[in-house]
Design a protein around this ligand. Structure first.
Ligand code: PMP
Length: 412
């Protein structure tokens, strides 16, 4: 589509131009992590090479600069998510830490005996296990929304699950194993009618389509930098101001206090109150560069491009004999999880790796999602905006060759 130049984007990603096992790398493991544009690599290198400093507490030029980069990163994350208030952005290690923070702080303060946390059967373990942990401690209950055959969340079951005991709904904005994009705005509005709060796991969403937490009316929203072209070890928790302000500290230490004495310790305002210790400053520099990079693209066109590529890949994979795609919900992101009759997923991924094709096999940290389809393992090809029809064709050709090895009589 007109506004999106995939070849120009590909030139910005150095790793797309390397070989693996003598073949040009075809990166179809974007669900695990995305590659980084040189702008991000350079921002991180520049921070360490010339701008190393701690933030906030410094009385010197470089501390000022680091603080500025850090707070501009927060501003960029706020803009990405559509909140006007950067204090609603808490820096964390990633989605996993964001969910654990909410579970341990908000959850411990707000969940009691018999209360219910509604999750979906499509959740990544990081939006499930933290709820199981706090539910056990608070003697609350985790209740799953089942999946329909196409990978959508069963909305009738969801409505039935909601009730006066529901305190929180924790759902994915895009499934990392099925690609399903649930109707989170409608689900949030419904949860709010019962007075429940809603946490949305945006780990797989933010790199694929624009997100607006204000329009969604999300109470909490989490994502990981490394799945949106930024470094590992940095992520974002958005929380509505009044919720964050009411949350007790989770981790204690530097940065998060106002004053400390043996008589009384008081805490800094949000977001710092929830950011104990030295943060991942270089990571924020990289995150800011990644978000600047995205802001420089025509995101609507990029999303349309990915949708077309997903559509193309779905059709192309269907031509492989014995291939079964799992999760075919309309509007899904480019996550193509499949089984190939007669092959073991791990062995298949290893065979594709020999041809330079990187994708993942296994349970994808979403065992209940696969179990909903009677599976414990599958192969996943996950697309990003720099993938092409040629990448898909290479995968499909490799699958054809693996499916139909040359017969012993053929000498070619
Ligand atoms: N949620 C989803 C939907 C994910 O895909 C992932 C990462 N695979 C996570 C949460 C966890 O992210 P992280 O490991 O970066 O904390």
């Amino acid at each position: 589509p007109g506004g999106f130049d995939v070849e120009a984007v590909r030139r910005d990603f150095p790793q797309l131009h390397r070989d693996v096992h003598g073949h040009p790398l075809i990166w179809l493991d974007n669900g695990a992590t995305t590659l980084k544009p040189r702008q991000v690599v350079e921002a991180v290198a520049e921070h360490y090479a010339r701008e190393t400093s701690n933030v906030h507490r410094g009385a010197h030029t470089l501390a000022e600069q680091a603080t500025q980069v850090y707070e501009e990163g927060r501003q960029a994350a706020a803009e990405l998510l559509g909140t006007p208030d950067p204090d609603e952005i808490v820096f964390v290690r990633g989605t996993t830490e964001a969910v654990n923070l909410v579970a341990q702080s908000w959850g411990r303060a707000n969940l009691g005996v018999g209360d219910e946390i509604v999750v979906s059967a499509a959740e990544h373990h990081s939006n499930l296990v933290p709820w199981q942990l706090i539910a056990e401690e608070r003697r609350a209950r985790v209740r799953p929304i089942p999946l329909l055959a196409d990978g959508q969340l069963d909305q009738d079951a969801y409505r039935d699950l909601l009730g006066s005991r529901t305190k929180l709904v924790a759902i994915t904005h895009a499934s990392n194993v099925l690609g399903t994009v649930p109707p989170v705005a409608e689900m949030t509005a419904l949860a709010h009618r019962y007075g429940a709060k809603v946490l949305i796991d945006g780990a797989q969403a933010v790199s694929h389509f624009p997100v607006d937490v204000t329009a969604l009316d999300a109470d909490f929203y989490a994502f990981s930098g490394h799945k949106i072209f930024a470094p590992t070890g940095i992520g974002v928790l958005f929380g509505k101001r009044e919720l964050l302000e009411a949350m007790p500290p989770w981790q204690g230490g530097g940065n998060m206090i106002d004053s400390v004495s043996f008589q009384e310790t008081t805490y800094a305002p949000i977001p710092h109150r929830l950011e104990a210790g030295t943060g991942h400053i270089a990571g924020v520099a990289g995150l800011r560069a990644a978000l600047d990079y995205l802001a420089g693209l025509d995101r609507k066109s990029a999303t349309a491009y990915e949708e077309q590529l997903t559509h193309y890949a779905t059709g192309a994979l269907a031509t492989v004999p014995g291939l079964r795609l799992i999760g075919q919900a309309p509007g899904k992101i480019g996550v193509l999880t499949f089984l190939l009759e007669g092959t073991d997923p791990t062995a298949l991924a290893a065979a594709l790796d020999q041809q330079g094709i990187a994708l993942r096999a296994g349970h994808h940290c979403a065992q209940p999602a696969l179990a909903s389809f009677g599976l414990s393992s599958a192969v996943r090809a996950s697309l990003a905006l720099y993938n092409t029809v040629q990448d898909v064709d290479a995968l499909v050709a490799a699958l054809h060759s693996i499916k139909a090895p040359p017969s012993p009589s053929s000498k070619s």
